[in-house]
Ligand binder design. Structure first.
Ligand code: AMP
Length: 714
């Protein structure tokens, strides 16, 4: 069986975002609107799917995921709080050039020399603390910036948040409440203790589960607890405990650095505010520098970078603020962030760790890739234990050996990658890693294909499993409910040999399918059940209506991604035309080069593949594109990135509609992105668009584009 591998595909990443949006909406409908839109079972199943995906791909875990609220309970177990003054996010500078650009913009907008207050960017969770006549009356999370959650009782458990302010600060005499803002964070020592405790609890759970399995005791197997991926997740999760006494045990701390409205305070600048906050009894981060030159701002960023590892808490950058409040007011805000501040983000971290083994991963097209396995290591705030080595040539070039101290980083800030080894730390006798000669799944000899080693067996179980999973994935035939475990169980029962078998599945057989080793409370076998089976069969039937391009993508032809499949479907109109096409004609299609063209020709040259197509045709799948209402290609050459949740369409549908006008859609923002469409809940992609100056549209503008095929007027 193929090793499960921790890198999500685009579809999986999109699915996670979609699930989050759906779950959040369902929570809102249930708790806020008192009008549930999903059954409890459906809700649970979605949450489980999200949790499974996040567990399989820790890279996708975020602290605002609905799975981060305790026991899967909704964040809406806290009352919501309207912020009197909006809690903004910060614009990011991803490197020194972007920092310089902000410095220049700010200098020009101010029209006079500036003083800056430089602070560390604490990697925790934002908090708003309200004091009336010097007494803490309320604490709220940032939420969406306008409405947060009331976490007053939990914040009272955080030792360094004063219940009453020091009289010397004068706040006792203020008429109106004041709202201070800062960051709740988990010190690294508390984080280590917490995860160690979870590991101990898991050991006990494992032992009990084993006893249940052996029949020594009766009961139900319990699920293991998930350790926190990083200090930020741990802080956010601990702050949102329903039971405040658990928050109390988690060792949280705060740094306070802002006030919502400084009118009542005897201060006129950021550095004076920090002094006042300290006098009032708050914990204020000591690493602050007030500077008069841009050179000193850059020097502080460098200083913070050097400080980073020696601190007892996580930071992810530096916040540079225009010091003088009057000038801050002049500069004002954009829709999302103040113009008078910028977050300078640290460059991706490099970490060292010991290489324990190199696993072989067999992909859907038989490519065997080496994957480094090492001790769990925190890189850029999340724990990773596997990283790609791309291919065996690369592995040989980097000369990475088992036992070596290796350097890892996150390529493009997301995918862990091995940079290289430190030969000086190589243990004696460490041998180079040998490329496999046989497929780890089926034992067939591997063949060289460019930089890759490939298993070319048509019978390889690892490839078959990957192909079966690919067929049901989003973007392909989109058969919900047919998860990896169901597929594995069906394959093991001999009911799924290839994708055509999906269309011969019987509802009653599916209903009786065993769910792995799980048992019911009474010890009886757990089966998929009639309801789930009916849903899956309905999805399978519905997949026959999926467009030809989805079928083409679902076939899993080497080098054919979703976009290429769409281009081919449009250009050739049917599988019959495509099967008879040669490399030259294929190369005429925009975006298709020789390698891709050859993959198509090679695929259809194999008899078994042609037979598969015929059997799929018999099963009722679409083998022709519907070109009847082809749209004018008014958006050709433009690239859109959709982020956040959309109300009118789900993301895949919206992307499909944009593509009908010739637009491209991408999952990541770059300088080449033409537009970012941001719905509620948009996060890093929106921030990146803003920092790169990519125009941002809302859903209303998107709907207008989809309806008219025209861009909004400037
Ligand atoms: P982001 O969440 O990446 O948009 O970054 C903005 C957040 O950084 C703010 O909402 C704060 O919670 C956080 N932050 C951490 N340290 C500071 C600081 N010294 N000044 C302002 N914001 C900070």
């Amino acid at each position: 069986m193929a090793e499960q591998f921790g890198f999500p595909t685009e579809e999986e990443a999109a699915r996670v975002e979609e699930l989050r949006a759906l779950i959040n909406q369902a929570r809102h409908d249930y708790y806020v609107n008192d009008a549930p839109t999903l059954s409890d079972a459906a809700y649970d199943s979605l949450e489980r799917e999200l949790r499974d995906l996040e567990e399989r791909f820790p890279l996708l875990a975020t602290d605002d995921s609905p799975t981060c609220t305790v026991g899967g309970s909704a964040s809406s177990s806290f009352a919501s709080v309207e912020h009197a003054v909006r809690m903004y996010s910060l614009d990011n500078a991803m490197d020194l050039d972007e920092l310089d650009a902000w410095l220049q913009r700010t200098r020009e907008a101010a029209g006079r020399p500036l003083r800056y207050c430089c602070e560390l960017k604490i990697d925790g969770s934002s908090i708003a603390l309200t004091y009336h006549h010097g007494v803490l009356t309320r604490a709220a999370t940032r939420g969406d910036g306008t409405t947060g959650e009331d976490v007053t009782e939990n914040i009272r458990q955080v030792a360094d948040v004063p219940a009453e302010l020091e009289p010397i600060c004068g706040a006792w005499a203020f008429d109106k409440p004041i709202e201070l803002r800062g960051e709740v964070f988990m010190p690294r020592s508390s984080f280590r203790q917490l995860n160690a405790q979870i590991a101990r609890e898991n050991d006990a759970i494992k032992e009990r589960n084993a006893q249940i399995e052996l029949g020594e005791i009766s009961g139900r197997r319990a699920a293991l607890k998930k350790p926190f991926a990083n200090c930020r997740n741990a802080a956010a999760g601990s702050l949102r405990q329903k039971d405040a006494s658990i928050t109390a045990e988690r060792g949280l701390s705060t740094f306070v650095y802002a006030v919502a409205d400084a009118a009542q305070l005897p201060v006129s600048s950021q550095h004076e505010l920090l002094g006042w906050l300290r006098d009032a009894g708050f914990s204020v981060n000591p690493n602050i520098r007030t500077v008069d030159t841009e050179e000193e701002v850059r020097a502080f960023c460098q200083h913070a970078l050097e400080l980073r590892d020696s601190l007892g808490y996580d930071i992810d950058g530096v916040v540079v603020k225009v010091d003088e409040f009057a000038l801050q007011a002049e500069l004002g805000f954009t829709a999302k962030a103040p113009r008078w501040a910028i977050a300078f983000k640290f460059p991706p971290e490099e970490k060292t760790t010991i290489l324990r083994s190199v696993a072989v991963q067999v992909g859907r097209t038989g490519a065997c890739t080496p994957v480094a396995e090492f001790d769990p290591t925190v890189v850029d705030g999340s724990v990773v234990s596997r990283a790609t080595l791309h291919n065996y040539d690369e592995l040989a070039r980097k000369d990475v050996r088992i036992g070596d101290t290796i350097i890892i980083h996150k390529a493009g800030d997301v995918i862990p990658e091995v940079v290289g080894a430190i030969p000086e730390l190589r243990p004696a006798g460490a041998l180079p890693v040998q490329a496999p000669t046989a497929c780890p799944s089926c034992g067939s000899p591997l063949h060289r294909d460019g930089a890759f080693l490939r298993c070319e067996s048509a019978e390889c179980p690892a490839q078959a499993a990957e192909r079966l999973e690919h067929w049901v994935s989003r973007g392909a035939l989109d058969i919900d409910g047919m998860g990896p475990k169901v597929i594995e169980a069906l394959a093991a029962a001999g009911k799924l040999r290839d994708v055509v078998d999906y269309y011969a599945l019987r509802e009653d057989e599916l209903a009786q399918l065993k769910r792995g080793e799980e048992t019911n409370a009474d010890g009886s076998e757990r089966v998929l059940g009639a309801k789930n089976a009916a849903k899956i069969i309905a999805q399978i039937n519905a997949s026959k209506e999926q467009p030809f391009s989805s079928v083409l993508f679902g076939l899993g032809i080497r080098n054919i991604g979703k976009t290429t499949a769409e281009a081919l479907a449009k250009a050739f109109g049917s599988i019959d035309a495509l099967m008879e096409t040669g490399v030259d004609a294929l190369c005429q299609v925009d975006g298709i080069g020789e390698v891709v063209a050859q993959s198509v020709v090679d695929f259809f040259a194999v008899d078994a593949n042609r037979q598969l197509v015929e059997r799929l045709r018999q099963a009722g799948l679409q083998m022709e594109a519907d070109l009847s209402d082809a749209k004018p290609q008014t958006l050709a050459g433009l690239t859109f990135v959709l982020t956040g949740s959309l109300e009118r369409y789900d993301r895949t549908t919206a992307e499909g509609l944009l593509k009908e006008y010739g637009a491209k859609c991408s999952g990541s923002v770059s300088k080449k992105t033409s537009y970012v469409v941001a719905g509620p809940g948009a996060g890093s992609k929106l921030a990146k668009a803003q920092s790169l100056g990519v125009p941002v549209l809302d859903e209303e503008a998107l709907v207008a584009i989809i309806e008219t095929g025209q861009l909004p007027a400037e």
